[in-house]
Design a protein around this ligand. Structure first.
Ligand code: GLC
Ligand code: CA
Length: 555
């Protein structure tokens, strides 16, 4: 199948926190190379590597100052080329992070652009005059808090930034900008890169009317702009299609009902998108405290959202499946139980995700059940967290410090960014030096070495799941049906291919649960399970018990 990514399982690496080999406390490319055998053992097919380009690291590399240079903190260009080649020898594909909605303010293009209104780069960014009273052109907000406009004293104009002020947004209306980007993609293709994860790709086209939002500093109007499809299609024709590069775009605002516009193969835009809808099931929508206003997760909501994506994209696209990445908290800490039922919970989330149709993405540490941290506010690093603290707690004053910290412990991005926990040695085997970011103190109990030696090993269950995805066509091709959608504890669905029926069952609660009567009639073969005692469908489901069973006959 030329669409290799449909049968693949991806693994995301956040390089800064993965493995440090030269002991400067920062993960590096040689650290990824060193761990290729580990990744092969896990069984994954492809790596998505978060940005490693030259960057001032204001947003951990999502602020690129030169797209063709590896940041010396991570290694050299030669080392990157070597990593690509070696990964290929291990049959692992490499997908890089494409961060082209914005650059760093240190990028040469911006440095030139800010100098004057009439140089070669003037039109590379979104510049506008202030209002007559000198204030910003409109009230749009930055995702990191405050206004999306900053004043530039040298050019005497405002520039737009959807994220930090050090991340000016590129002007995709300018054909030269697009040509520069496509060229950068060709450069990496020539080095062997197999595809792209596209950072906030749905923000590249701006609403050039710049309408005010109902409330100051919110982020409406920043997604799915008028020329988005046109730009993405052009990129597809210029680079993705001719060079057969895989693409998965980050699409915060997509709905299951319109997602096909981005991923229907007939439209020649993207192969897959990362959607956010299912990750917002614990958010109070429209709240004055934005993403920090939390409620408890509603299982029927989660099931229905995931199901609607399964159904809507069935013949018009392909799903990217994930619960964790570098912007998300650890799912077992956020929606489950990361203490008493850590093994059961981690494997239950894995089973429900990997049983779906689509391409699963595992985030580093998820395969051993790493958890959130409970640091003090001052111990966090993330610019989003800091900016939002300043905005909601200090300026807007709609949250207390305690409330904010409580939300941080649940959903902050830094929860996923602590160094990878390899073993029980100092700094969790991540580095021999003091790591750039504090290690989760639970590393002495939770780490790769301990997990692999455990009878109840999360890693081993992932290995089995990946093996199943490789060998069983039904997981890639089978149809999907959600069962018992309103049940508040059970997540159950069916996959079907020709005469083959599989059932994925998970108890997502801490209480024992009855298996629905109809399913107890079924005689089956267990394909994977997280409870070794399970041998038939009669016994109640234990807390966070999950399995996949193939129907062999009915009683
Ligand atoms: C994406 C990235 C996130 C980054 C932001 C700005 O959402 O995943 O980490 O901060 O874009 O580039
Ligand atoms: Ca290093």
């Amino acid at each position: 199948m030329s669409e290799w990514w449909k049968r693949a399982v991806f693994y995301q690496i956040y390089p800064k926190s993965f493995r440090d080999t030269n002991n400067d406390g920062i993960g590096d490319l040689n650290g990824i190379r060193e761990k290729l055998p580990y990744l092969r053992e896990l069984g994954i097919d492809a790596l998505w590597i978060s940005p490693i380009y030259l960057s001032p690291q204001v947003d951990n590399g999502y602020d690129v100052s030169d797209y063709r240079q590896i940041d010396p903190m991570f290694g050299t260009n030669q080392e990157m080329y070597q990593l690509i080649d070696e990964a290929h020898e291990w049959n692992i594909k490499i997908v890089m992070d494409f961060v082209a909605n914005h650059t760093s303010d240190q990028c040469l293009w911006f440095q030139e652009s800010r100098k004057s209104k009439d140089n070669f780069f003037s039109d590379f960014y979104i510049w506008k005059d202030g209002k007559s009273d000198g204030s910003a052109p409109n009230n749009w907000g930055s995702s990191f808090g405050g206004s999306a406009w900053s004043w530039d004293a040298s050019r005497q104009q405002y520039y737009l930034h959807y994220y930090a002020k050090e991340q000016p947004d590129l002007n995709w209306e300018n054909p030269t900008v697009r040509e520069y980007i496509y060229d950068m993609m060709r450069f990496w293709k020539a080095k062997g890169v197999d595809g792209w994860r596209m950072d906030v790709i749905t923000s590249i086209s701006k609403n050039l009317d710049f309408p005010n939002n109902p409330r100051d500093f919110t982020t409406e109007n920043q997604q799915n702009g008028p020329r988005m499809h046109e730009f993405i299609h052009e990129m597809n024709q210029e680079v993705l299609k001719p060079f057969r590069m895989m693409s998965v775009g980050e699409s915060p605002a997509a709905k299951s009902t319109d997602a096909h516009l981005l991923v229907d193969p007939k439209r020649e835009e993207l192969d897959m998108i990362f959607t956010f809808e299912h990750m917002h099931v614990d958010r109070k929508k429209g709240d004055i405290n934005g993403r920090w206003a939390l409620k408890s997760m509603d299982l029927p909501d989660l099931k229905k959202i995931l199901a609607s994506w399964q159904t809507e994209l069935r013949d018009k696209g392909w799903n990217a499946l994930y619960f964790e990445n570098h912007d998300r908290a650890r799912v077992i800490s956020r929606w489950g139980n990361d203490e008493r039922y850590r093994y059961e919970c981690a494997t239950a989330f894995a089973i429900i995700l990997h049983g779906l149709q689509g391409t699963p993405f595992i985030y580093q540490g998820e395969e051993i059940g790493m958890t959130n941290t409970k640091f003090e506010l001052e111990e966090y690093e993330d610019i989003e967290l800091r900016g939002n603290y300043e905005f909601y707690v200090e300026q807007q004053k709609t949250m207390s410090k305690e409330e904010f910290l409580k939300a941080v412990h649940k959903i902050s991005r830094d929860n996923a960014r602590t160094p990878m926990q390899w073993d029980q040695s100092a700094n969790a085997g991540f580095s021999q030096a003091q790591p750039w970011f504090k290690v989760n103190p639970n590393y002495t109990q939770i780490n790769v070495a301990v997990d692999q030696a455990n009878e109840k090993s999360i890693f081993k269950l992932y290995q089995e799941l990946i093996r199943l995805r490789h060998s069983e066509r039904i997981l890639t091709e089978g149809s999907f049906e959600l069962l018992y959608p309103n049940d508040r504890a059970l997540f159950i669905y069916q996959r079907k291919l020709e005469q083959e029926y599989w059932y994925i069952l998970a108890n997502m609660s801490e209480e024992y649960q009855k298996i629905p009567k109809e399913l107890t009639e079924l005689v089956g073969e267990f394909k994977i399970k997280n409870n070794s005692e399970r041998s038939d469908l009669m016994e109640d489901l234990a807390p966070y018990e999950a399995f996949i069973v193939r129907r062999t006959s009915l009683k």
